[in-house]
Design a protein around this ligand. Structure first.
Ligand code: UDX
Length: 431
């Protein structure tokens, strides 16, 4: 099939390459000519394991091309996937999503669409958006919603072998086209959920709200453990054995960040309020608050370990990305904590295996070191904020820190090892 993918960020670039891998002819569109040039030459402008290989393979095979022209895209594709971003709006305090990119993409496409084509939304949007956008398409064309659940760091496998496919459709013809697009994925036994447009939109926001709630639940338990002398890691292990609860997404720490969970729960809550169902999602405000309190807890521990103030102290921050296997720093707890330490006049040096360029651009006032050893040079305090596997392999005896004090903000380090090497070791929610 001939498919277009509009927006070539983390979601769109992965979707485009994965669709080519499924055997389709794919045209990716972005308004950013630099991004298009990079992708067309087979280079992924961000870090995503496995995507480089897939992109190189299909730009070479000719099954995957990129353009900045909506007119070209509209005439090329039978099915058009909308993968543009829906960040948190900056002109309101409500937490609502900024839909200007989605609106612009659909309008630009609509101007050139011919009858019989299907526009498929993949972006995360407030419920009701699909219905509204459908009204902006020309007669004879149709809109469907097919939310994406990929995790950064696992984007390629999540797209090629998803847990489920959700198709919000208004006609049998739209369902048939989507089933044809994903025929190879469906053939491997992937469950398909066919539903209407609003339910499809809600599935995505509900899934992210649930995941965020699970993380904040365990982080709330961490707060109670701190107050009572309990150990949240053991608690999580023990409740996780109950398979109604499950052990995944129960890692207590400095909390969730990234381009999805934080803004999605805020937008979900804002939309529920608009719909008069605000009470139903009021708890997401608490989920958000628990999450942000964890960052404050790291700052409080830092102050405590530095004798009451971090001013003038050298602090080494391990991690900048919002999670490992990503160079994404959007709403990264690590950089938020680093920047707040800096604002309290600490001398902050950061190291991350992949996110250094993005971090430097966004936080030029922080200092950066070239390795996980160099970052600790002369440090009074080390703070571990992104659980990259290489940080778990650091030999505490070899770190050139001045003061042997560490805060494990992710719960991934072995306290016994660090303490045996003479370090004062503090973690969240555990002794
Ligand atoms: C998330 C959803 O998982 C994905 O399905 C959706 O499509 C997009 O949003 P992503 O943002 O890539 O994906 O990251 P995810 O792996 O969900 O992690 C989100 C944040 O939660 C990270 O900051 C991570 O460090 C944190 N986290 C995750 C925890 O603090 N504890 C956990 O147990 C799990």
């Amino acid at each position: 099939m001939r498919l277009t993918v509009i927006g070539t960020g983390y979601l769109g670039a992965t979707h485009a390459a994965a669709m080519a891998e499924l055997g389709h002819d794919v045209l990716g569109i972005d308004i950013d000519p630099d991004k298009v040039a990079a992708l067309a030459s087979g280079r992924v402008p961000f870090h995503e394991p496995g995507l480089d290989e897939l992109l190189a393979k299909h730009t070479a095979s000719g099954r995957l091309r990129f353009t900045t022209s909506y007119a070209e895209a509209a005439t090329f594709g039978q099915v058009h996937f909308v993968c543009v971003g829906t960040p948190q709006a900056t002109d309101t305090d409500s937490g609502a999503a900024d839909l200007s990119y989605v609106n612009a993409a659909v309008d630009a496409l609509a101007a050139h669409l011919s009858p019989g084509t299907l526009v498929v939304g993949k972006s995360t949007v407030p419920v009701g958006t699909a219905h509204r956008l459908a009204g902006r398409l020309p007669t004879g064309t149709e809109l469907a919603w097919n939310p994406e659940f990929l995790r950064e760091g696992f984007a390629v496998q999540d797209t090629l072998r998803p847990d489920r496919l959700v198709m919000g459709v208004a006609s049998a013809a739209a369902e048939a086209l989507l089933r044809e697009v994903y025929a190879a994925v469906i053939a491997t036994g992937t469950p398909v959920v066919i539903t209407d447009l609003p339910t499809a939109e809600l599935v995505k926001t509900a899934a992210n709200a649930f995941l965020a709630t699970k993380i904040s639940f365990i982080n709330a338990m961490a707060e109670v453990c701190e107050a009572s002398g309990g150990n949240v890691a053991t608690l999580a292990e023990a409740i996780g054995h109950d398979n109604r609860i499950g052990s995944r997404f129960l890692r207590a720490g400095v909390g969730f960040g990234g381009g999805c969970l934080p803004k999605d729960i805020r937008a979900f809550r804002a939309r529920a309020q608009e719909l008069g169902a605000g009470r139903a999602l009021a708890f997401l405000g608490e989920v958000d608050a628990i999450n942000l309190r964890r960052r404050q807890r790291v700052l409080d521990l830092a102050r405590e370990l530095c004798g009451g103030s971090v001013a003038g102290r050298r602090v080494a921050v391990l991690g900048a990305a919002f999670k490992p296997d990503s160079d994404d720093i959007r709403d990264s707890p690590a950089l938020d904590v680093a920047a707040r330490l800096h604002r309290q006049d600490a001398q902050v040096t950061v190291f991350d295996p992949k996110a250094m360029d993005n971090a430097r651009k966004a936080y030029p006032d922080l200092e950066y070191a070239a390795t996980s050893t160099a970052v600790a040079e002369g440090a009074d305090l080390v703070v571990h904020l992104t659980e990259w596997p290489e940080f778990g392999r650091i030999d505490p005896a070899m770190l050139p820190a001045a003061g042997r004090k560490i805060i494990d903000g992710r719960g991934g380090l072995d306290p016994a090892r660090w303490r045996a090497a003479g370090w004062t070791f503090r973690a969240l929610g555990r002794p």
